[in-house]
Design a protein. Structure first.
Length: 462
């Protein structure tokens, strides 16, 4: 791993008894994206508390927070996200001279840097084998994932950084499920479930350690079964087949024996269901969770907040107003396009499904009058120049605005977007007409034709 060679030791004195402290110094470019994140209950919808670190004229920063026990944070610096463990009354430092940590738990953090150097090489080999993997030659890739897991265990098997072991164990198990799509006879689902149990995947500690472990596992599980209609987008598939997919997920979740782990897993899957399945269908699951797991108040509070937020963006509620700049810097607002149906398209250039929809959007944009339908693409790209470069190479004939901020942009979060592409269709009054239950490549034309015909029945007459 090529780490940023510009961080140096910054010592402080007199640490409050219960404060964990982290200090260092960064260069100008890294100071623009320097943060400490305390992980939240859900990686998308409650991603945690982020403290953006300010530096002095020398690039020095200091982070300190009251703690009751060893606590895992993520340090965001120059594009990297590194786990750090802070402890009450202890200090952790980073020294740019030899690119190593010093202070409390410094050995663990230095070992993590060593692991990442090895892991970067392993991931290069894994990426190089991708074509062979999808062709059914799965063993070399699975062996490398297993080796990653073994390395993590050797470094952190019984330490405060055991979360790294859980993360890599989960990635190995999920890759086994992915292999079933390309080599169905290679391994049985029963064997994968047994491996998951043996590696502690279905434990509360494991679920918390992974970004989206149970969600990713169950997604890979249901995709490993044949019969999916590949003509449907993934969003359409999850929406139209919600009951059947939940039945498959239940084959996994019944293996979670600990009640706390079951409550956490069910919370994660319910959050996905609320944002992916038809809302009336998901509401029944929401009420069932509230009744069943009332003894987990943090989970209940999170789900109640998510549910209430989602209710506010269901049809026919008013759309959330915004003012965002177009490529010329002029601000675009919903007031500018009121009086037509409006497609809001959240996207980024790294999102392959987003880009795959653009040819269909171009066709539909040409088919409808601007008096009836307008499109607004809202870029969530974190780097504005990448957005500008993409549009210069592939201009789109509809309104383009820049939000930035990735999935943390306030507008995207207010709409509870779980991923991209993410679409909303607004009516002529600026109210939400459809909420992410359509795609330009599939049913958007049908929805628009029905809406316009309902307004002007004469259009449907010969």
């Amino acid at each position: 791993m090529k780490f940023i060679p510009i961080i140096l030791l910054f010592l402080t004195s007199c640490i409050p008894a219960n404060d964990g402290t982290f200090t260092g110094r960064v260069g100008t470019s890294e100071a623009q994206n320097l943060a400490i994140i305390r992980p939240g209950i859900h990686y998308k919808f409650a991603p945690g508390d982020t403290t953006w670190l300010q530096t002095d004229r020398n690039g020095q920063f200091r982070f300190s927070t009251p703690l009751q026990a060893n606590t895992r944070f993520e340090w965001v610096v120059g594009g990297w996200r590194l786990p750090i463990i802070l402890s009450p009354g202890k200090s952790l430092h980073f020294d740019s001279v030899d690119l190593s940590f010093s202070g409390w738990f410094s050995d663990l953090h230095n070992q993590y840097l060593q692991l990442m150097e090895q892991d970067a090489r392993l991931m290069e080999r894994i990426r190089a084998q991708r074509e062979d993997f999808v062709a059914g030659n799965i063993t070399p890739t699975l062996d490398l994932y297993h080796f990653r897991m073994r390395l993590a265990t050797e470094y952190f098997g019984d330490t405060p950084m055991r979360s790294v072991v859980h993360r890599m164990s989960g990635e190995f198990i999920i890759k086994q499920l992915e292999a079933l799509r390309f080599a169905p006879e290679s391994i049985s689902r029963e064997q994968i479930l047994q491996d998951a149990i043996e590696h502690g995947f279905f434990t509360y500690e494991s679920f918390v350690a992974q970004r989206a472990g149970i969600r990713d596992f169950t997604d890979a599980w249901i995709k490993s079964f044949p019969g999916r209609d590949l003509n449907l987008s993934e969003a359409d598939w999850k929406r139209t087949q919600a009951p059947q997919l939940d039945s498959l997920r239940n084959l996994v979740t019944r293996h979670i024996s600990d009640r706390r782990a079951r409550a956490h897993a069910a919370m994660f899957l319910l959050a996905e269901r609320l944002t992916e399945a038809p809302f009336p269908y998901a509401e029944a699951s929401y009420q069932d969770y509230i009744d069943r797991y009332s003894d987990y108040p943090e989970n209940i509070a999170f789900l109640r907040a998510l549910y209430e937020d989602l209710k506010q963006v269901q049809p026919p509620n008013p759309a959330i107003p915004f003012e965002l700049p177009d490529p010329s810097g002029a601000l675009v607002s919903l007031e500018d396009v009121k009086g037509t149906f409006v497609l809001l398209d959240f996207w980024a250039s790294w999102c392959a499904p987003c880009l795959a929809e653009f040819p269909h959007m171009k066709r539909l944009h040409a088919e409808y009058s601007r008096k009836d339908v307008k499109f607004i693409s809202i870029s969530t790209e974190e780097d504005e120049q990448i957005w500008r470069d993409y549009l210069a190479a592939d201009p789109h004939p509809w309104i383009q605005v820049y939000a930035g901020g990735g999935f943390l942009h306030p507008l995207f979060q207010a709409y509870k977007g779980g991923g991209i592409p993410f679409y909303l269709l607004l009516d002529r009054k600026g109210n939400i007409y459809r909420y992410n239950d359509f795609r330009p490549s599939s049913n958007l034309k049908e929805i628009l034709d029905d809406a316009l015909t309902a307004e002007f029945p004469a259009r449907s007459m010969p």
